[in-house]
Design a protein around this ligand. Sequence first.
Ligand code: PEP
Length: 253
Amino acid sequence: MRSKIVAGNWKMNKTLTEANALASEIMGMVSDEVTGDVKVIFCTPFPYLLTIRNLLGNNARVEIGAQNCSEHEAGAYTGEVSAAMLASMNIPYVIIGHSERRQYFNEGGALLATKVDVALKHGLTPIYCCGEPLEVRESNGHESLVKKQVEESLFHLDEQTIKKVVIAYEPVWAIGTGKTASAQQAQEMHAVIRKHLAGKYGQAVSDSISILYGGSVNAANAKELFACADVDGGLVGGASLKSREFVEIIKSI
Ligand code: PEP
């Protein structure tokens, strides 16, 4: 059975003090209130990874992830952070290909394939993001674009390796806009992705891969989204910065 996951993408938010407080509050509420089988991941800014990871201790339910890593192994790449560095800090997850990276840092399919490879090589689980911009949705090109994004950065992986990847479908028009995909739209696209994976790797492999929905998930809409057959949880931006709201989202799974 595939894992249920709720990951919070903190993006470039919070001071260290605020980040510690947020993580502590959420952890406290999670241990008091969350009973279901769900994995929670804090994707924090790089500078806070170690501190927050130490705060988690041996908490089995809450884990930590980075929001990006370099495609390079090591070397003269000022300001970059490598997958090997993350692995050496015992950071198990890394977001790859978030739409903000694609849009503001020009990250495309081939580069993201390299990032996926370097993350996997160092034992990290990539949370690979895909999703269409508004104009592509409006011209009805969303299915083919998302299939292409999955193909160009993941389809070089073999059957055993693809199982180590988590996919997040995040329609760009729903990220940070307050405009969520309907449960029907989310389910349709998750089914498209799962079918595409099944075509390449077989149904059993496809059925083992967690596909998260991202795009203005909040406490009010999470239950309906998470009830969809092919939605295995969420990648949550804005609402992951509010402890109560985030915990309500976790409880919706
Ligand atoms: C995200 O950043 O991945 C995201 C889904 O953001 P938000 O929840 O704010 O739309």
